[in-house]
Design a protein around this ligand. Structure first.
Ligand code: F6R
Length: 359
Protein backbone atom coordinates (compact mmCIF):
# COMPACT_ATOMS: atom_id res chain seq x y z
CA UNK A 1 0.00 0.00 0.00
CA UNK A 2 0.99 3.64 -0.40
CA UNK A 3 0.75 4.21 3.35
CA UNK A 4 0.95 7.94 3.96
CA UNK A 5 2.33 8.69 0.50
CA UNK A 6 0.11 10.49 -2.01
CA UNK A 7 1.61 8.47 -4.87
CA UNK A 8 3.54 5.22 -5.27
CA UNK A 9 6.17 7.04 -7.29
CA UNK A 10 7.26 9.08 -4.28
CA UNK A 11 7.20 6.02 -2.03
CA UNK A 12 9.33 4.09 -4.51
CA UNK A 13 11.81 6.96 -4.84
CA UNK A 14 12.13 7.00 -1.05
CA UNK A 15 12.65 3.24 -0.88
CA UNK A 16 15.83 3.28 -2.96
CA UNK A 17 18.37 3.44 -0.11
CA UNK A 18 16.66 0.40 1.45
CA UNK A 19 16.76 -1.40 -1.91
CA UNK A 20 20.53 -0.85 -2.08
CA UNK A 21 20.86 -2.35 1.38
CA UNK A 22 18.78 -5.37 0.31
CA UNK A 23 21.08 -5.89 -2.66
CA UNK A 24 24.06 -5.75 -0.31
CA UNK A 25 22.40 -8.33 1.97
CA UNK A 26 21.46 -10.60 -0.93
CA UNK A 27 24.74 -10.59 -2.83
CA UNK A 28 27.62 -9.12 -0.85
CA UNK A 29 28.57 -10.93 2.36
CA UNK A 30 30.78 -9.17 4.90
CA UNK A 31 33.83 -11.29 4.06
CA UNK A 32 34.25 -9.44 0.75
CA UNK A 33 33.07 -12.30 -1.46
CA UNK A 34 30.17 -12.06 -3.92
CA UNK A 35 27.31 -14.58 -3.80
CA UNK A 36 26.43 -15.13 -7.41
CA UNK A 37 25.78 -18.54 -9.01
CA UNK A 38 29.31 -19.82 -9.85
CA UNK A 39 27.98 -21.48 -13.01
CA UNK A 40 26.83 -18.06 -14.23
CA UNK A 41 30.20 -16.45 -13.52
CA UNK A 42 32.02 -19.26 -15.31
CA UNK A 43 29.74 -19.05 -18.33
CA UNK A 44 30.20 -15.29 -18.48
CA UNK A 45 33.96 -15.72 -18.24
CA UNK A 46 33.81 -17.73 -21.49
CA UNK A 47 32.23 -14.80 -23.29
CA UNK A 48 34.16 -12.32 -25.39
CA UNK A 49 31.38 -9.74 -25.41
CA UNK A 50 28.31 -8.91 -23.34
CA UNK A 51 25.17 -7.79 -25.15
CA UNK A 52 22.84 -6.02 -22.73
CA UNK A 53 19.35 -5.81 -24.20
CA UNK A 54 16.43 -3.89 -22.69
CA UNK A 55 13.77 -1.23 -23.20
CA UNK A 56 13.15 2.22 -21.77
CA UNK A 57 14.49 2.82 -18.30
CA UNK A 58 16.00 -0.67 -18.20
CA UNK A 59 17.97 0.18 -21.35
CA UNK A 60 19.28 3.28 -19.61
CA UNK A 61 20.37 1.12 -16.67
CA UNK A 62 22.06 -1.15 -19.21
CA UNK A 63 24.08 1.77 -20.59
CA UNK A 64 25.42 2.36 -17.08
CA UNK A 65 26.00 -1.37 -16.59
CA UNK A 66 27.97 -1.77 -19.82
CA UNK A 67 30.59 0.60 -18.46
CA UNK A 68 30.74 -1.34 -15.21
CA UNK A 69 31.43 -4.64 -17.00
CA UNK A 70 34.16 -3.03 -19.06
CA UNK A 71 35.81 -1.11 -16.22
CA UNK A 72 35.46 -3.66 -13.41
CA UNK A 73 35.61 -6.99 -15.25
CA UNK A 74 37.46 -6.14 -18.47
CA UNK A 75 34.59 -7.60 -20.52
CA UNK A 76 33.61 -5.62 -23.63
CA UNK A 77 29.93 -4.74 -23.20
CA UNK A 78 27.31 -2.73 -25.00
CA UNK A 79 23.66 -1.95 -24.37
CA UNK A 80 21.02 -2.25 -27.09
CA UNK A 81 17.36 -1.36 -27.44
CA UNK A 82 15.35 -4.56 -27.51
CA UNK A 83 12.89 -3.18 -30.05
CA UNK A 84 15.74 -2.60 -32.51
CA UNK A 85 17.96 -5.56 -31.70
CA UNK A 86 15.23 -8.07 -32.46
CA UNK A 87 15.06 -6.99 -36.08
CA UNK A 88 18.51 -5.75 -36.87
CA UNK A 89 21.04 -7.77 -35.01
CA UNK A 90 24.60 -6.47 -35.14
CA UNK A 91 27.33 -8.80 -36.33
CA UNK A 92 27.84 -10.83 -33.16
CA UNK A 93 31.20 -11.67 -31.61
CA UNK A 94 32.38 -15.30 -31.51
CA UNK A 95 31.25 -15.95 -27.97
CA UNK A 96 28.40 -13.60 -27.14
CA UNK A 97 26.59 -13.60 -23.81
CA UNK A 98 23.20 -11.91 -23.45
CA UNK A 99 21.95 -9.97 -20.46
CA UNK A 100 18.25 -9.11 -20.61
CA UNK A 101 17.29 -6.40 -18.17
CA UNK A 102 13.60 -6.22 -17.38
CA UNK A 103 11.84 -5.02 -14.27
CA UNK A 104 8.64 -6.86 -15.16
CA UNK A 105 10.22 -9.77 -16.99
CA UNK A 106 7.29 -9.55 -19.41
CA UNK A 107 8.37 -6.99 -22.01
CA UNK A 108 7.53 -8.37 -25.46
CA UNK A 109 10.40 -6.64 -27.27
CA UNK A 110 12.89 -8.19 -24.87
CA UNK A 111 11.25 -11.61 -25.06
CA UNK A 112 11.51 -11.52 -28.84
CA UNK A 113 15.28 -11.12 -28.51
CA UNK A 114 15.49 -13.85 -25.90
CA UNK A 115 13.68 -16.34 -28.12
CA UNK A 116 15.92 -15.47 -31.09
CA UNK A 117 19.24 -15.74 -29.29
CA UNK A 118 18.24 -18.91 -27.46
CA UNK A 119 17.43 -20.44 -30.82
CA UNK A 120 20.93 -19.46 -31.93
CA UNK A 121 22.27 -21.35 -28.91
CA UNK A 122 23.72 -18.43 -26.92
CA UNK A 123 23.65 -18.16 -23.12
CA UNK A 124 21.15 -15.71 -21.60
CA UNK A 125 20.87 -14.14 -18.18
CA UNK A 126 17.74 -12.25 -17.14
CA UNK A 127 17.96 -9.64 -14.41
CA UNK A 128 14.42 -9.01 -13.27
CA UNK A 129 12.38 -7.79 -10.37
CA UNK A 130 9.81 -10.53 -10.85
CA UNK A 131 10.72 -14.08 -9.90
CA UNK A 132 8.90 -16.53 -12.13
CA UNK A 133 8.33 -13.97 -14.91
CA UNK A 134 8.42 -15.11 -18.53
CA UNK A 135 11.92 -13.77 -19.22
CA UNK A 136 13.19 -15.31 -16.04
CA UNK A 137 11.70 -18.74 -16.81
CA UNK A 138 13.05 -18.81 -20.35
CA UNK A 139 16.62 -17.67 -19.61
CA UNK A 140 19.53 -19.90 -18.58
CA UNK A 141 20.25 -17.79 -15.51
CA UNK A 142 18.32 -15.30 -13.39
CA UNK A 143 19.39 -12.63 -10.94
CA UNK A 144 16.73 -10.89 -8.89
CA UNK A 145 16.71 -7.11 -8.45
CA UNK A 146 15.24 -7.16 -4.93
CA UNK A 147 13.55 -3.80 -5.52
CA UNK A 148 10.20 -5.03 -4.20
CA UNK A 149 6.97 -4.48 -6.15
CA UNK A 150 7.15 -1.39 -8.35
CA UNK A 151 3.62 -0.06 -8.81
CA UNK A 152 4.08 3.41 -10.33
CA UNK A 153 4.28 3.21 -14.11
CA UNK A 154 7.43 5.34 -14.14
CA UNK A 155 10.30 3.14 -13.07
CA UNK A 156 12.51 4.45 -10.27
CA UNK A 157 13.77 1.87 -7.81
CA UNK A 158 14.09 -0.82 -10.50
CA UNK A 159 16.55 1.47 -12.35
CA UNK A 160 18.84 1.89 -9.36
CA UNK A 161 18.47 -1.80 -8.47
CA UNK A 162 19.52 -2.77 -12.01
CA UNK A 163 22.66 -0.67 -11.68
CA UNK A 164 23.39 -2.20 -8.27
CA UNK A 165 22.92 -5.79 -9.42
CA UNK A 166 24.96 -5.25 -12.61
CA UNK A 167 27.74 -3.89 -10.38
CA UNK A 168 27.49 -7.09 -8.33
CA UNK A 169 27.88 -9.29 -11.39
CA UNK A 170 30.70 -7.17 -12.80
CA UNK A 171 32.50 -7.44 -9.47
CA UNK A 172 31.94 -11.23 -9.33
CA UNK A 173 33.31 -11.70 -12.85
CA UNK A 174 36.21 -9.32 -12.30
CA UNK A 175 37.24 -11.14 -9.14
CA UNK A 176 37.00 -14.49 -10.92
CA UNK A 177 39.23 -13.06 -13.64
CA UNK A 178 41.53 -11.54 -11.03
CA UNK A 179 41.15 -8.08 -12.45
CA UNK A 180 42.84 -5.50 -10.20
CA UNK A 181 39.95 -3.08 -10.80
CA UNK A 182 37.55 -5.66 -9.32
CA UNK A 183 39.68 -6.57 -6.34
CA UNK A 184 40.04 -2.87 -5.50
CA UNK A 185 36.30 -2.21 -5.87
CA UNK A 186 34.97 -2.58 -2.32
CA UNK A 187 31.42 -2.88 -3.58
CA UNK A 188 29.72 -3.73 -0.29
CA UNK A 189 31.21 -0.60 1.23
CA UNK A 190 30.66 1.55 -1.85
CA UNK A 191 27.00 0.55 -2.22
CA UNK A 192 26.48 1.39 1.45
CA UNK A 193 28.00 4.82 0.87
CA UNK A 194 25.77 5.26 -2.18
CA UNK A 195 22.72 4.25 -0.12
CA UNK A 196 23.60 6.87 2.48
CA UNK A 197 24.01 9.48 -0.26
CA UNK A 198 20.64 8.54 -1.75
CA UNK A 199 19.11 8.91 1.71
CA UNK A 200 20.54 12.43 2.07
CA UNK A 201 19.00 13.39 -1.27
CA UNK A 202 15.52 11.98 -0.58
CA UNK A 203 15.60 13.75 2.78
CA UNK A 204 16.25 17.04 0.97
CA UNK A 205 13.23 16.70 -1.31
CA UNK A 206 11.74 20.04 -0.24
CA UNK A 207 14.70 21.79 -1.82
CA UNK A 208 13.91 20.05 -5.13
CA UNK A 209 10.25 20.95 -4.81
CA UNK A 210 11.26 24.62 -4.53
CA UNK A 211 13.53 24.41 -7.57
CA UNK A 212 10.72 22.84 -9.58
CA UNK A 213 8.53 25.80 -8.65
CA UNK A 214 11.16 28.14 -10.11
CA UNK A 215 12.15 26.17 -13.20
CA UNK A 216 9.28 24.12 -14.45
CA UNK A 217 5.99 26.01 -14.54
CA UNK A 218 4.57 26.36 -18.06
CA UNK A 219 7.61 24.94 -19.80
CA UNK A 220 7.11 23.13 -23.10
CA UNK A 221 10.66 21.92 -23.50
CA UNK A 222 13.56 20.99 -21.26
CA UNK A 223 16.98 19.46 -21.70
CA UNK A 224 19.22 17.32 -19.56
CA UNK A 225 22.87 17.30 -20.58
CA UNK A 226 25.96 15.42 -19.47
CA UNK A 227 29.13 13.84 -20.78
CA UNK A 228 30.74 10.49 -20.13
CA UNK A 229 28.94 8.69 -17.34
CA UNK A 230 26.56 11.64 -17.07
CA UNK A 231 25.21 11.13 -20.59
CA UNK A 232 23.24 7.91 -19.94
CA UNK A 233 22.08 9.52 -16.72
CA UNK A 234 20.75 12.46 -18.75
CA UNK A 235 18.79 10.08 -20.95
CA UNK A 236 17.06 8.51 -17.97
CA UNK A 237 16.44 11.87 -16.29
CA UNK A 238 14.80 13.12 -19.48
CA UNK A 239 12.61 10.03 -19.83
CA UNK A 240 11.40 10.43 -16.24
CA UNK A 241 10.47 14.06 -16.70
CA UNK A 242 8.73 13.65 -20.05
CA UNK A 243 6.72 10.56 -19.16
CA UNK A 244 5.15 11.86 -15.96
CA UNK A 245 4.97 15.63 -16.57
CA UNK A 246 4.48 15.70 -20.38
CA UNK A 247 7.15 18.40 -20.64
CA UNK A 248 8.98 17.57 -23.86
CA UNK A 249 12.44 16.72 -22.57
CA UNK A 250 15.55 15.49 -24.32
CA UNK A 251 18.66 13.98 -22.84
CA UNK A 252 21.76 15.05 -24.69
CA UNK A 253 25.46 14.39 -24.75
CA UNK A 254 26.55 17.87 -23.68
CA UNK A 255 29.06 18.20 -26.49
CA UNK A 256 26.45 17.39 -29.13
CA UNK A 257 24.14 20.29 -28.31
CA UNK A 258 26.17 22.77 -30.33
CA UNK A 259 26.02 20.45 -33.33
CA UNK A 260 22.40 21.34 -33.91
CA UNK A 261 20.02 21.15 -31.01
CA UNK A 262 21.20 24.33 -29.33
CA UNK A 263 18.99 26.03 -31.93
CA UNK A 264 16.04 25.03 -29.76
CA UNK A 265 17.29 26.87 -26.70
CA UNK A 266 15.40 30.08 -26.16
CA UNK A 267 14.49 32.40 -23.32
CA UNK A 268 13.94 30.44 -20.10
CA UNK A 269 14.24 26.92 -21.58
CA UNK A 270 15.33 24.79 -18.63
CA UNK A 271 18.72 23.14 -19.25
CA UNK A 272 19.76 20.78 -16.47
CA UNK A 273 23.33 19.52 -16.40
CA UNK A 274 24.84 16.57 -14.56
CA UNK A 275 28.44 17.15 -13.52
CA UNK A 276 29.78 14.11 -11.69
CA UNK A 277 32.58 13.02 -13.95
CA UNK A 278 36.01 14.56 -13.24
CA UNK A 279 37.23 14.03 -16.77
CA UNK A 280 34.37 15.97 -18.36
CA UNK A 281 33.26 18.42 -15.65
CA UNK A 282 34.93 21.52 -17.11
CA UNK A 283 33.59 20.88 -20.59
CA UNK A 284 30.04 20.30 -19.39
CA UNK A 285 30.20 23.51 -17.37
CA UNK A 286 31.17 25.47 -20.44
CA UNK A 287 28.38 23.82 -22.46
CA UNK A 288 25.93 24.85 -19.76
CA UNK A 289 27.23 28.42 -19.95
CA UNK A 290 26.79 28.39 -23.72
CA UNK A 291 23.10 27.63 -23.24
CA UNK A 292 22.81 30.27 -20.53
CA UNK A 293 24.24 32.82 -22.94
CA UNK A 294 21.29 31.96 -25.23
CA UNK A 295 18.76 32.58 -22.51
CA UNK A 296 18.44 29.12 -20.98
CA UNK A 297 17.42 28.79 -17.35
CA UNK A 298 20.25 26.54 -16.24
CA UNK A 299 20.34 24.16 -13.32
CA UNK A 300 23.43 22.24 -12.26
CA UNK A 301 23.45 18.89 -10.45
CA UNK A 302 27.02 18.44 -9.29
CA UNK A 303 29.06 16.00 -7.20
CA UNK A 304 30.26 17.50 -3.94
CA UNK A 305 33.95 17.43 -4.82
CA UNK A 306 33.28 19.32 -8.06
CA UNK A 307 30.67 21.70 -6.69
CA UNK A 308 30.94 25.48 -6.73
CA UNK A 309 28.93 27.86 -4.56
CA UNK A 310 26.57 28.71 -7.45
CA UNK A 311 25.58 25.10 -8.18
CA UNK A 312 21.94 24.25 -7.56
CA UNK A 313 21.96 20.64 -6.38
CA UNK A 314 24.93 18.97 -4.71
CA UNK A 315 25.26 15.17 -4.90
CA UNK A 316 27.06 13.40 -2.05
CA UNK A 317 30.33 11.92 -3.32
CA UNK A 318 30.26 8.22 -4.17
CA UNK A 319 32.50 5.86 -6.13
CA UNK A 320 32.44 7.40 -9.65
CA UNK A 321 31.32 4.06 -11.13
CA UNK A 322 28.14 4.36 -9.07
CA UNK A 323 27.44 8.06 -9.62
CA UNK A 324 24.16 7.37 -11.46
CA UNK A 325 22.71 5.96 -8.23
CA UNK A 326 22.79 9.34 -6.53
CA UNK A 327 22.50 11.45 -9.69
CA UNK A 328 19.13 10.07 -10.67
CA UNK A 329 17.42 10.86 -7.34
CA UNK A 330 17.03 14.62 -7.88
CA UNK A 331 15.87 13.95 -11.45
CA UNK A 332 13.22 11.50 -10.24
CA UNK A 333 12.05 14.09 -7.72
CA UNK A 334 12.07 16.86 -10.33
CA UNK A 335 9.82 14.68 -12.52
CA UNK A 336 7.55 13.86 -9.61
CA UNK A 337 7.09 17.44 -8.40
CA UNK A 338 6.64 18.78 -11.93
CA UNK A 339 3.81 16.30 -12.56
CA UNK A 340 2.32 16.93 -9.14
CA UNK A 341 2.39 20.68 -9.72
CA UNK A 342 0.38 20.18 -12.91
CA UNK A 343 -2.21 18.13 -11.08
CA UNK A 344 -1.45 15.01 -13.12
CA UNK A 345 -1.93 11.40 -12.05
CA UNK A 346 1.73 10.79 -11.30
CA UNK A 347 1.42 7.01 -11.00
CA UNK A 348 -0.54 6.51 -14.21
CA UNK A 349 0.70 8.79 -16.99
CA UNK A 350 -1.50 8.92 -20.06
CA UNK A 351 -0.91 6.35 -22.81
CA UNK A 352 1.46 4.20 -20.72
CA UNK A 353 1.18 0.71 -19.27
CA UNK A 354 3.39 -0.80 -16.59
CA UNK A 355 4.53 -3.63 -18.76
CA UNK A 356 4.50 -3.49 -22.52
CA UNK A 357 3.45 -6.92 -23.70
CA UNK A 358 3.07 -6.10 -27.38
CA UNK A 359 5.90 -5.46 -29.82
C1 F6R B 1 9.91 4.09 -17.82
C2 F6R B 1 9.49 2.70 -17.85
C3 F6R B 1 9.65 1.93 -19.10
C4 F6R B 1 10.21 0.53 -18.81
C5 F6R B 1 10.25 -0.31 -20.08
C6 F6R B 1 10.89 -1.66 -19.83
O1 F6R B 1 9.77 4.66 -16.57
O2 F6R B 1 9.03 2.18 -16.87
O3 F6R B 1 10.49 2.59 -20.00
O4 F6R B 1 11.49 0.67 -18.25
O5 F6R B 1 8.96 -0.48 -20.59
O6 F6R B 1 10.17 -2.40 -18.90
P1 F6R B 1 10.77 -3.68 -18.22
O7 F6R B 1 11.97 -3.25 -17.43
O8 F6R B 1 9.68 -4.21 -17.36
O9 F6R B 1 11.17 -4.62 -19.32
Amino acid sequence: SKGTYPYYMLKEIDEQPAVMRRIVDAYLPADGSVSVDPALVQALDQADRLYIVAAGTSYHAGLVGARLFEEVAGLPAEAYLASEFGYHMPLLSQHPFFLLLSQSGETADSREVLVKVKKMGYPVLTMTNTAGSTLSREADYTMLLHAGPEIAVASTKAYTAQIGVQAVLAKALGMYRQQPAANDFALRHQLSIAAAGMQTLVDEKDQIKNLVGQYMPDQHDAFYIGRGADYPLSLEAALKLKEVSYVHTEGFAAGELKHGTIALISEDTPVLAFITDDATAAHTRSNLQETEARGAHTLSIVSEHLAEPTDNIVLPDVDPRLSALVGIIPAQLIAYYTALGKGLDVDKPRNLAKSVTVE
